[in-house]
Design a protein around this ligand. Structure first.
Ligand code: NDP
Length: 398
């Protein structure tokens, strides 16, 4: 018997709600709460199961969150609102004795900067309260960390290089759209790049390094080096890694639009005065861009996300290892009404919640996913719609 609250009724929240509802033996009661209750009601209606109820909350307010948790008394909150709300939700969890899971690390609204330190600062408080917080349990971060832990457990004596490779080869038919929240997405991509090399971070200009990488069932796609949050925890948890990088594919059309958006000031996150009203250009842009939740219907093609790792194998010999999942936009849409980017984030969030509620990932404190046993999570990935594949001693291209 377990009751969960899902906070956030966007693309990812929709998938989490569908997937929890598909596993009623674990998730006996589901509350979907967000800023706009009508969105929660529409999702609950589409799922059509009696064990889903809805509520509204402004997750920027610890008091409102506490009242929500007191009303429903959940065991776990699955936070799939925006990264801005991570700390208020963690505070309310501590106040009400609720366990916590999210898919993106905290980011202050006024600085486009993300790192784990803000959330890791809660480690002792969660430990003392006997509560578990699972950080970054989407696909990347999320499955990327579980894949790495699985490689370390079953294949490597010492991992030396790690490249997380994220390709979206889908086509939604729009000139420009982002696959998840546009504000968060554009903030992430327009930052400097960063990778780990021999014990320190090397900073690059935004999208400075790129090369074609070949993705299974897709072919070569230009891939750009970005900073991504899971690199921070992975190099700490697997200290033999000498070089860790993250690559993401972008099409030329996307990059041209992004350059124009930046050049004309629409990616700014500071307030500007418009006819006496203060507006943040990037937030205004979000209001006029296509809603990522509406892309699914005409989305074709697939995503391919994985880890390419080299090092010394369990037998003491050099080893390369590539583990990945491909996910079809059409299949994701048929099942949940959302495209593959929301699907590949929401399914792992549900599995992480399942791991906690079934006692497999129950460890008081604040933890990144790679700190838990990867095996039961990996077993569920295949069952819940994200099958994975391995290539041993293939060409990593990197
Ligand atoms: P959306 O913008 O589609 O949805 C966000 C939801 O959160 C909306 O329902 C929104 O409500 C709600 N929300 C925003 N602010 C508040 C608030 N103050 N109180 C209550 N609810 C609020 O985003 P996505 O679904 O695309 O993404 C959700 C999360 O998933 C993000 O944190 C994103 O970074 C993360 N993500 C992680 C990935 C991974 O692989 N790890 C990949 C993709 C996304 P309203 O509708 O009223 O605005």
């Amino acid at each position: 018997m377990a009751k969960v609250i899902i906070i956030g009724a966007g693309g990812v929240g929709t998938v989490v709600a569908y997937k929890c509802a598909q596993n009623p033996e674990v998730f006996t009661e589901i509350v979907l709460a967000s800023r706009t209750k009508s969105k929660c009601d529409a999702i609950a209606k589409a799922i059509g199961k009696p064990n889903i109820t809805t509520d509204s909350v402004d997750a920027d307010s610890v008091d409102q969150l506490k009242a929500l948790f007191e009303r429903h008394k959940p065991q776990l909150v699955i936070n799939v609102a925006l990264p801005y709300q991570d700390l208020t939700i963690m505070e309310a969890c501590l106040a009400c004795g609720v366990n916590y899971l999210d898919t993106a690390n905290y980011e202050p609204k006024d600085v486009a900067h993300f790192e784990y330190s803000w959330q890791w600062a809660y480690r002792e408080k969660f430990e003392k309260a006997g509560l578990t917080a699972i950080l970054g349990c989407g696909f990347d971060p999320g499955v990327s960390g579980v894949f790495t832990a699985y490689a370390a457990k079953h294949y490597f004596d010492a991992m030396e290089t790690l490249d997380i490779v994220d390709c979206n080869a889908g086509d939604h038919g729009k000139a420009f759209a982002t696959n998840f929240n546009p504000e968060i997405n554009i903030r992430e991509i327009t930052q400097n790049g960063r990778y780990w090399q021999d014990g320190e971070w090397v900073t690059t200009k935004p999208l400075e390094f790129h090369q074609p990488l070949t993705y299974p069932n897709i072919g070569p796609r230009e891939s750009y080096l970005l900073y991504h949050e899971e690199l921070e925890s992975l190099v700490q948890n697997f200290p033999t890694i000498k070089r860790a990088r993250f690559w993401m594919t972008f099409g030329q059309e996307y990059l041209t639009h992004l350059r124009v958006i930046q050049n004309i000031g629409m990616a700014r996150i500071d307030e500007v005065d418009y006819n006496g009203t203060k507006i943040v250009p990037l937030q205004f842009l979000k209001a006029v861009l296509p809603n990522p939740q509406d892309l699914g219907e005409n989305y074709h093609g697939e995503t391919s996300i994985g880890c390419r790792i080299s090092g010394v194998g369990k037998d003491g010999k050099p080893l390369t290892y590539y583990i990945y999942n491909n996910c079809s936009h059409e299949e994701a849409y048929k099942e949940t009404g959302m495209q593959a980017v929301s699907y590949t984030t929401g399914v792992p969030a549900m599995i992480g919640a399942m791991m906690f509620l079934t006692g497999k990932w129950n460890k008081p404190g604040v933890h990144n996913v790679e700190e838990f046993d990867p095996d039961p999570f990996m077993a569920q990935l295949s069952v819940q719609g994200l099958p994975w594949h391995e290539v041993v001693n293939g060409d990593l291209e990197l």
